[in-house]
Design a protein around this ligand. Structure first.
Ligand SMILES: Nc1ncnc2c1ncn2[C@@H]1O[C@H](COP(=O)(O)OP(=O)(O)OP(=O)(O)O)[C@@H](O)[C@H]1O
Length: 260
C-alpha cells in the first residue's frame, strides 16, 4: 500500500473530565472518499477540528504527507492543503457567489486581500487569474448561471455547493466536508453525492462527517465508525453494514439508521 496522504495516530482530546476523542488512529489514502460516522456526540466533529488544527490534541498527532501538522495554526494547515468547507452559515451573504470564491482565492495569499478591497495594481493582476479560476470552479459545481447572484438569494442546495466552491478555491489536497447532505431531500442528496465524486475525480481526497447513512454507504470507499470517542470499526460500506459492534452502537437510536 502507498503512504497515506493523512495519518491519524492515537488522537485524543479531553475537555476537562470528558474524553471527546480517545486514541483514534486511521489512515486516509490519496484519492479516497472516507466517511466518519457515529451516533450524536460520538466525537466526529472533534476529529474534524483536530485534523484541520482548529483544536490541538491532548495526545496523539495528525500527519499530512508524513509531516506532523497537529499544533500548527489552522490557516497554515489549510495552506498545506487540508481544508474544511465553509458552512452555509459562515458564507458572506452580502457578496455574489463569484466574489465569495474570488475572496477565498485571496485568502490563500493573504497579502492580496488588502489589495482586493483597496484596488492595488498587484491585486488587479491577481484579480484576473482568480476571476478565471473562480469561474472555472463555479462552472464545475454547476453554479455558473448564478455566479452574479448575491449569496443571500441562493437556495440551500446552491449555498452548500458554494461552500464547496469556496473550499476548492483554497486548492485543497484533502477537503473536509462536514455533513454535506444534511437537510437535503433525496434528489438534492443524489446531486450532492455526484458533486463530491466529481471533486474526488478532480484529484481532491474527500473526508466526510455525515449522518445520512444511505448517502454514506453510496459514496464512501471506506468508513470509520466512532462511538463514545473510540473507533469501533473501519472498512468498506459492506463490511461496516455487517459489523456487529456497529449495529449495536446504532441500535435504539431513533433518528438514525445504518441502512440495514
Ligand atoms: N469545546 C468543547 N468543550 C467541551 N465539550 C465539548 C466541546 N466540543 C465537544 N465537546 C463534547 O465532546 C463530545 C463529542 O462532541 P462532537 O461534537 O465531536 O460529537 P459529534 O459526533 O460530532 O456529534 P454530532 O453528530 O451530534 O454533531 C460531546 O460530548 C460534546 O459535548
Amino acid at each position: 500500500m502507498t503512504d497515506p496522504i493523512l495519518a491519524v495516530r492515537d488522537l485524543t482530546k479531553r475537555y476537562g473530565g470528558l474524553t471527546a476523542v480517545n486514541e483514534v488512529s486511521f489512515d486516509v489514502q490519496e484519492g479516497e472518499i472516507l466517511s466518519i460516522i457515529g451516533p450524536n456526540g460520538a466525537g466526529k466533529s472533534t476529529i474534524f477540528k483536530l485534523i484541520s488544527s482548529f483544536v490541538t490534541p491532548t495526545r496523539g498527532e495528525v500527519r499530512f504527507r508524513g509531516e506532523v501538522v497537529s499544533g500548527l495554526a489552522a490557516h497554515v494547515v489549510a495552506r498545506k492543503g487540508v481544508v474544511r468547507t465553509f458552512q452555509e452559515t459562515t458564507i458572506f451573504k452580502g457578496m455574489t457567489a463569484r466574489d465569495s470564491v474570488i475572496v477565498a482565492h485571496h485568502l490563500r495569499s493573504r497579502a492580496s486581500l488588502f489589495g482586493f478591497f483597496f484596488g492595488t495594481a498587484a491585486a488587479r493582476r491577481d484579480e484576473d487569474a482568480f476571476g478565471r479560476s473562480a469561474d472555472e470552479i463555479l462552472d464545475f459545481l454547476g453554479l455558473g448561471a448564478v455566479r452574479n447572484e448575491l449569496a443571500s438569494n441562493l437556495p440551500q442546495g446552491h449555498l452548500r455547493a458554494l461552500g464547496i466552491a469556496i473550499g476548492l478555491a483554497a486548492d485543497p489536497k484533502i477537503l473536509l466536508l462536514d455533513e454535506p447532505f444534511a437537510g437535503m431531500n433525496v434528489d438534492e442528496t443524489n446531486q450532492a453525492v455526484e458533486m463530491v465524486r466529481a471533486v474526488r475525480d478532480r484529484g481532491v481526497t474527500c473526508l466526510l462527517v455525515e449522518h445520512d447513512m444511505a448517502a454514506v454507504m453510496k459514496i464512501s470507499d471506506r468508513i470509520v465508525v466512532i462511538n463514545f470517542g473510540v473507533k469501533i470499526a473501519e472498512g468498506t460500506p459492506a463490511a461496516i453494514r455487517a459489523d456487529e459492534k456497529v449495529i449495536e452502537a446504532y441500535l435504539g437510536v431513533e433518528d438514525e439508521s445504518i441502512g440495514l
